[in-house]
Design a protein around this ligand. Structure first.
Ligand code: ADP
Ligand code: MG
Length: 270
């Protein structure tokens, strides 16, 4: 198992207590949702959804548009409070906690529509992230060193002085991941980060997700491209109109009749 990335970005002056591997025993349940629901007016966006994620796993989350995937991310990251159910993270009940508290406890997420500070440089955007999260940088110097390492990890080293608003789509997506990594999460939620990428960019993005996982960070990944989901996920859960209709290995999911009917026959690109 490699935790190279974590120790690299920690920098020479970082405290020794921030190696993610030190926090966990293998296969512990990192995240557990129990009968979580969210209602908007008359729409039940998430309906009694339960699942868990083990430490070190990559969980794929799929379902047609409107299935409730982004709402589920909003419930886990504290943007919405569930109407019912509980969310436990790292052996703690985080249901309804404020987003910044959840970020401090070690959950980071990207947004489906990426939102960098467009007038700041890439480096400044990541440095903002280093001010928050589970282990904020102690000073600007440390934030800068660690942010440069994160930008190198996300293949943005040669664009760190570029204004975020001037970056290409693929680089803005990388920057969104870099900003999330800057909060030093134990769990990273990626919401359709690969939409709109060409095949070569997709391969790079898949490699990046694998490197993040190899650094000891667990992930939940929402994607429509099945090649991506099947290639990176240890397990996949499927949502349809707010309900979980399947939970299994990628092989189990592609051969599940209900999933094929609800989703795989529909809008998926392979
Ligand atoms: P997905 O990400 O799977 O495409 P969403 O979670 O965005 O689906 O949406 C699930 C359902 O919840 C949809 O019917 C959507 O219109 C509704 N919804 C999501 N967010 C809100 C909101 N802030 N207010 C009202 N309805 C919402
Ligand atoms: Mg969505």
């Amino acid at each position: 198992m490699s935790f190279q990335f974590v120790s690299d970005w920690s920098g020479p002056d970082a405290s020794p207590d921030i190696r993610i591997s030190d926090f966990f025993t293998p296969y512990m349940k990192l995240l557990e949702l129990d009968n979580v629901s969210k209602v908007f007016g008359g729409v039940v966006a998430v309906n009694r959804v339960s699942f868990h994620l083990n430490q070190g796993e990559v969980l794929g989350l799929i379902g047609p548009n409107g299935a409730g995937k982004s709402t589920l991310f909003n419930l886990i990251s504290g943007i919405f409070k569930p109407n019912a159910g509980t969310v436990r993270f790292n052996n703690k009940d985080i249901t309804g906690m404020a987003p910044y508290k959840i970020c401090e406890s070690g959950i980071a997420r990207t947004f489906q529509l990426v939102k960098p500070f467009s007038r700041l440089t890439s480096l400044e955007n990541v440095m903002v992230g280093r001010a928050y999260g589970s282990h904020p940088a102690r000073d600007t110097r440390e934030a800068r060193i660690e942010s440069e390492q994160i930008l190198a990890f996300t293949s943005l080293a040669n664009k760190q002085t570029r204004t975020a608003g001037m970056l290409s789509l693929v680089d803005r997506k990388r920057l969104e991941i870099a900003r999330a990594l800057a909060t030093k999460p134990k769990l990273l939620l990626l919401d359709e980060m690969m939409a709109g990428l060409n095949p070569a960019e997709l391969d790079d993005a898949i490699a990046l997700v694998k490197s993040i996982r190899d650094s000891g960070i667990s992930l939940i990944v929402v994607e429509h491209v099945m090649k991506v989901i099947m290639g990176i996920s240890d397990r996949v859960i499927v949502l349809k109109t707010g309900e979980k209709i399947a939970d299994g290995t990628p092989q189990e999911i592609v051969s599940n009749r209900e999933v094929v009917k609800a989703y795989l026959g529909g809008e998926v690109s392979c």
